[in-house]
Structures are given as structure tokens and as C-alpha cells.
Design a protein around this ligand. Structure first.
Ligand code: ADP
Ligand code: ZN
Length: 208
């Protein structure tokens, strides 16, 4: 955002697949706000405690302190009146209320910087991010590098059997894939194969 007069707030959103650098970019913007002596508050979903409880950590090891929240309503309660900049990571885990919270806080004059996955492990839009993109002033879409072929990657490939929408994890469970190498049905196929193996093992055990 370039020229903003008065104390107008706005919403900027950083999206892309896992490993595309969303957390790095969020941390970079928040650090600059801190260097500019602005009052910053940073939030992440309580569900995402992969690395540390009290900080946002990028896959490359950058870190910034944050508070844990369960929903957008929690953020509304926790933001102090004097806060000027609010950062949110992994916003796709905070539910629909995050859109309402961002809108209300931006209306109050705060700069909202929100990062999250725009698509899920099947390549489908990951609510509430699409709705947040619709009300944002500024959108940055980042790409990762495809782990198969090295092309720009727009997708998050799940490598394990679960078909739940939310399976939090990084090392070995997900990788970035380009649109050519993305296999949306892979998690489903692995689940089916595991079921078949389990059934075959049961039959063997019964006949021995
Ligand atoms: P995001 O928040 O989008 O998951 P991060 O900011 O946590 O991304 O991590 C980005 C960093 O991940 C990159 O700077 C790089 O060091 C590392 N990385 C690991 N795998 C990949 C990949 N396939 N493509 C790009 N970066 C990757
Ligand atoms: Zn590829």
C-alpha cells in the first residue's frame, strides 16, 4: 500500500501453497512495522503448534513472537485499542469469523496483514481465505518450487493417507507441486491401498 492518508486501516493478504514463503513474508512485513515503532500484535491458530507454542516460525527458521487464538472472535477480544498493525498466520484454520474480525479491525483503522493457504490438499478453495481475498485491499500470491520438476508450484500435495480437511504437519506429510505434477487424489489412493493391505493381512492371518 502506497499513499494512505490519515489513520485509514486496510487488509493485505498473502496466499499460496505450503513452502511458498508466506510466513517469511508475513514476518518480514511485521518486522518492518516494528522497526518503524508501530504497535504490532501477532496471532496464530492454537491448532498449529508444530514448532513453538509462542511464535510464528517459517520453514527456513525465521521466527517472531505470537499469541495463540482459536477464532477471529478471539482476535477481536485480544487486539488492544492502541495496536496499529495486526499480523495473522495460517488464517485458514480460524474459520469464517476471521473475515469479520479483519473487516472490523480494518474499519477501526488498523493495518491487517494476513497469511494463509488459499487451496486445500485437493486443490479446492480453502474457506475462509477466498472471502478474505474478496474484501482485501492488497493480495500477494506466492509460489513454491515443485518438488518433482522444479517448476513454480501452486499446490500443496498431501503425501499421507488422511482425507480430513485439516491435518497439521510439515516434514514428509506435504510437499509443493506444480499444476502438472499435482495429484489431488493421492491421499485418497494411499488410504484405499492401506485398507486393501489391512484386509489382505487379515485374510492371511485367518487362513494360517
Ligand atoms: P509457508 O509459510 O508458505 O509455508 P515458509 O515461509 O514457512 O512458507 O517457508 C518458506 C521456505 O521454505 C523457503 O524460503 C525455503 O527455505 C523453504 N522451502 C522448503 N521447501 C520448499 C519448496 N518446495 N519451495 C520453496 N521453498 C521451500
Ligand atoms: Zn512439477
Amino acid at each position: 500500500m502506497d499513499i494512505v492518508k490519515g489513520n485509514m486501516g486496510w487488509i493485505e493478504v498473502v496466499v499460496g501453497p505450503m513452502f511458498s514463503g508466506k510466513s517469511e513474508e508475513l514476518i518480514r512485513r511485521l518486522r518492518r512495522a516494528e522497526i518503524g515503532r508501530q504497535r504490532v500484535q501477532i496471532f496464530k491458530p492454537a491448532i498449529d503448534q508444530r514448532y513453538t507454542k509462542n511464535g510464528i516460525v517459517s520453514h527456513s527458521g525465521l521466527e517472531i513472537a505470537s499469541e495463540l487464538v482459536k477464532s477471529g472472535s478471539d482476535i477481536l477480544e485480544k487486539v488492544a485499542p492502541r495496536t496499529e498493525v495486526v499480523g495473522i498466520d495460517e488464517a485458514q484454520f480460524l474459520g469464517e469469523s476471521v473475515v469479520d474480525a479483519c473487516t472490523k479491525l480494518a474499519d477501526l483503522g488498523k493495518r491487517m496483514i494476513v497469511a494463509g493457504l488459499d487451496t486445500d490438499f485437493m486443490g479446492r478453495p480453502f474457506e475462509p481465505m477466498p472471502r478474505l481475498l474478496a474484501v482485501a485491499e492488497e493480495i500477494t500470491k506466492l509460489l513454491a518450487i515443485c518438488m518433482r520438476c522444479g517448476n513454480p508450484a501452486v499446490h500443496t500435495q498431501r503425501l499421507v493417507a488422511s482425507e480430513e480437511l485439516i491435518v497439521v504437519g510439515a516434514g514428509g506429510m506435504y510437499e509443493a507441486r506444480c499444476r502438472r505434477c499435482f495429484e489431488p487424489q493421492l491421499a485418497h489412493q494411499i488410504a484405499e491401498e492401506e485398507k486393501e493391505h489391512a484386509a489382505a493381512a487379515k485374510t492371511r492371518a485367518a487362513s494360517s
